[in-house]
Design a protein around this ligand. Structure first.
Ligand SMILES: Nc1ncnc2c1ncn2[C@@H]1O[C@H](COP(=O)(O)OP(=O)(O)OP(=O)(O)O)[C@@H](O)[C@H]1O
Ligand SMILES: [Mg+2]
Length: 379
């Protein structure tokens, strides 16, 4: 898949832009504050209806305007697709696919993108929540089932927590938790098994992409670290039985753990354990990159993680995602910069930002399309 044309109106610092882009490498360069990240964000919004970094719709609408708009025209093996997203400062969004009004969930899989941002370093370096968010966003972008299950799981946890707080006030009535234990366990198990399967697919891809970027032989390992009831312990069962039985088994383990922890959960007024506390371990030569990695190593791992995600998404959707790489090259030495492009070689389109055009290896610059960004203008 590739972005053939982008139209933007009153989005971030852009008043009005309409640009055609070729497949292959697209370089966006310009000074700090020019609008490079905003343009990548517009591509994301045009592809998925959402921004990977904005917390509110309001942020996306140009200051002083009531409405913003992005339109992406995509081309690829499965034919063209046109996505339009209307953004109101008040928060409403409207989505159209090929001219027909749709829900946001209907955009899943239409034009898959993988977005690398500077914040990805925090995924490697920071708290588990960042890694969970990455995992959830990736899975949601390829699986409407996961999107639904995760939503149900979260709602069940919120409702269980509400009841926990009420019980803390009352000081009795733990048995009332039973239906919520069951709901949390049922949807939590689906979430956990999907995560485990996804990471099993992801791990070899990340290892390969990281090796291409880093150009050395220290392997990067990715491992699922569930907070409770490792589904991998059920992998023997999985070989014997089907997936549904594995989900059922994980659900039983999770429910039992929830029942056992009721008293502690009532004391805290919150559900202490479950997939909302899962983590992913990133290990370089067996050691956590978070703790021991250098800046450049952590960045290479973050890039490897994103490119690995792109490879898995490609397999799951049958479409090659558009790679959006924001400021990926800083802190990397020349060999690793070249490695980034080597790792992206079989992507249909890579849109990459940098402050200085010279950061792009010369052979890539000569074969790609280069756009200068300044003060909300693309030329
Ligand atoms: N809703 C908005 N309305 C108007 N301007 C905005 C809005 N949101 C962000 N901006 C402005 O957009 C400008 C460009 O931001 P952007 O993050 O795209 O820069 P950049 O080119 O990526 O810079 P850097 O190289 O520092 O990463 C910023 O100066 C910011 O203040
Ligand atoms: Mg930027």
């Amino acid at each position: 898949m590739y972005l053939r044309r982008l139209e933007v109106r009153d989005f971030r610092n852009y008043a009005r832009v309409g640009k055609d882009f070729p497949a292959g490498v697209v370089v966006l360069h310009g000074p700090n504050g020019a609008g490079k990240t905003n343009l990548l964000e517009a591509v994301c919004a045009a592809a998925s209806g959402d921004s990977p970094r904005a917390r509110t719709t309001e942020e996306l609408v140009r200051r002083g305007c009531g409405h913003g708009f992005v339109k992406g025209e995509f081309a690829g093996d499965d034919g063209p697709a046109k996505v339009e997203v209307g953004l109101a400062r008040t928060g409403q969004r409207q989505f159209k696919v090929n001219g027909v009004v749709r829900r946001r969930v209907d955009l899943i899989g239409v034009a898959p993108t993988v977005y690398f941002s500077a914040e990805d370093i925090e995924v490697v370096r920071g708290e588990p929540a960042g890694r969970r968010r990455l995992l959830d966003r990736s899975l949601c972008s390829v699986s409407a089932q996961y999107y639904a299950d995760l939503g149900r799981y979260r709602r069940a946890v919120v409702q269980r927590n509400q009841l926990l707080k009420e019980l803390r006030e009352k000081g009795k009535g733990e048995n009332a938790l039973a239906p919520w234990d069951r709901a949390v366990a049922r949807y939590g198990a689906r979430v956990m098994v999907a995560r485990e399967e996804f990471i099993a697919e992801l791990a070899p891809e990340v290892e390969g992409a990281h090796a291409a970027v880093a150009g050395d032989t220290i392997p990067l390992a990715v491992e699922y670290r569930p907070a409770i009831a490792a589904p991998s312990e059920q992998s023997a069962a999985r070989a014997r039985e089907g997936r549904a039985e594995v989900v059922e088994e994980v659900s039983r383990v999770l429910e039992r753990a929830l029942v056992e922890r009721r008293a502690a959960d009532v004391r805290y007024g919150a559900t202490g354990w479950g997939p909302h506390r899962d983590d992913i371990a990133l290990l370089l030569a067996g050691e956590p990159v978070r703790v021991y990695g250098s800046q450049g190593e952590q960045r290479s791992c973050a890039v490897g993680l994103r490119l690995g995600l792109a490879a898995v998404m490609r397999r799951m959707t049958g479409k090659r995602p558009i790679l959006l790489l924001d400021d990926v090259l800083s802190e990397l030495d020349a060999r690793r910069r070249a490695g980034v492009f080597a790792a992206c070689a079989d992507s249909e389109q890579v849109i990459i930002t940098c402050c200085d055009e010279q950061d792009i290896p010369v052979e890539v610059r000569e074969s790609g399309a280069v756009f200068a960004i300044s003060e909300g203008q693309v030329s």
